[in-house]
Design a binder for this molecule. Structure first.
Ligand code: AVJ
Length: 354
């Protein structure tokens, strides 16, 4: 885990296995930004050191009869930027639909949540969604968690300058195996913010497990504000996961570059094509990469032949009904569940307390 902390104008970069590997105290903003850039470079010199540290998991997936790659490998800095581009596509409705719910129901949402809380942003990315809530929720502090440490840190450097009054902590970590918050995050008044339907990347069973963990982390007076994509027409979902410009294709295929970086494999992106569509039976959008021809892929200590048309499963994005997700929250131990949807019932925001 990489940790950035702005206490005393210092920036700490922590790693669980190595302890604190850099601690910098500076006063000027520019120096602070420069040190943050140093931290990013440090991260990039050790591509396996941050969130992509599970070689075993990668190999298990690549060697499986039906090969798979964890969707966390989408998010190097380029992958995060491609995802950001996806959110601007006409076909990709979730981001703007969620924003529309905030625009229409902002007052009610703010009243349910209250102010002065510790806002913990899970999968913060460019931090823009959380920042748009700063005015109404007036959080006491902001904790941004994202798998892409470099992308997160550059977003936080900008945000600190815009909101010097809010204490900010950045955590570059993988939450797919559970969320572990450092002691620097206060226990009182935690508000977990998990927007964009990222919960859809978990199977419903794993989502229930992750949500129960979150409920435990809520401690006293904690709550969860979560965005969930709803079941809808297959044609709309197919287009959202296979857009006309091919941005989703680039986002998906970039996973192969990231696996090459993490594992030392020799995937050639040009040998593969993107597949993205809604699987109605399983209520999930799926992404795969499919070979255009027979290819042999090598990595240190192993290799695999993929036959023409063979696929590697790269992502699931589960879709729920409001009732199903309400039940999932209840099953995870949450109470006082409230939800808001857009006019077309395409997306839902839930707020629940521990
Ligand atoms: C960031 C996981 C919510 O599942 O819709 C976008 C990722 N995949 N296009 C989603 C994604 C393909 C996105 N999440």
């Amino acid at each position: 885990m990489l940790q950035f902390d702005d206490k005393d104008n210092g920036i700490a970069v922590a790693h669980p296995d190595r302890g604190v590997i850099a601690l910098v105290r500076e006063t000027s903003r520019r120096a602070q930004a420069r040190r943050a850039t140093d931290a990013v470079q440090l991260r990039n010199r050790q591509p396996g050191a941050g969130s992509w540290n599970n070689r075993e998991e990668l190999l298990e997936g690549l060697n499986a009869p039906r090969a798979w790659i964890s969707c966390k490998y989408f998010y190097d800095s380029l992958g995060s930027q491609l995802f950001d581009a996806i959110t601007h596509l006409p076909e990709y409705y979730p981001t703007r639909t969620e924003a529309a719910i905030f625009a229409r129901q902002g007052g009610n949402i703010a009243r349910a949540i209250g102010t002065g809380r510790t806002l913990i942003d899970l999968g913060a990315g460019n931090c823009e969604k959380a920042a748009s809530l700063f005015e109404t929720l007036d959080p006491a502090r902001y904790v941004a968690v994202d798998i892409s440490a470099a992308y997160l840190e550059s977003a936080l450097v900008r945000l600190r300058q815009r909101y010097p009054g809010i204490g900010m902590i950045g955590l570059g970590m993988d939450m797919s195996a559970g969320l572990v918050l450092p002691d620097t995050v206060p226990e009182a008044g935690r508000l977990f913010f998990y927007p964009g339907s990222s919960i859809g990347n978990f199977t419903p069973a794993d989502a229930a497990g992750f949500l129960s963990d979150l409920r435990l982390q809520c401690r006293e007076q904690g709550g969860l504000l979560i965005g969930v994509d709803l079941i809808k027409d297959k044609a709309i979902l197919d287009a959202a996961y296979d857009d006309a410009l091919g941005v989703t294709a680039a986002f998906n295929l970039n996973v192969l570059n990231n696996v090459n970086a993490a594992l030392g494999s020799d995937f050639d992106v040009r040998d593969w094509r993107h597949c993205g569509s809604f699987n109605q039976g399983l209520s999930r959008a799926e992404m795969h990469v499919e070979t255009r021809m027979q290819v042999d892929v090598r990595w240190p200590g192993g290799a695999r032949r993929f036959e023409a048309g063979e696929r590697i499963h790269t992502e699931n994005s589960y879709k729920y009904s409001v009732e199903e997700f309400d039940a999932l929250l209840r099953c995870a131990g949450f109470r006082n569940i409230t939800s808001w949807t857009d006019l077309r019932n395409w997306f839902a925001l839930f707020y629940a307390t521990a």
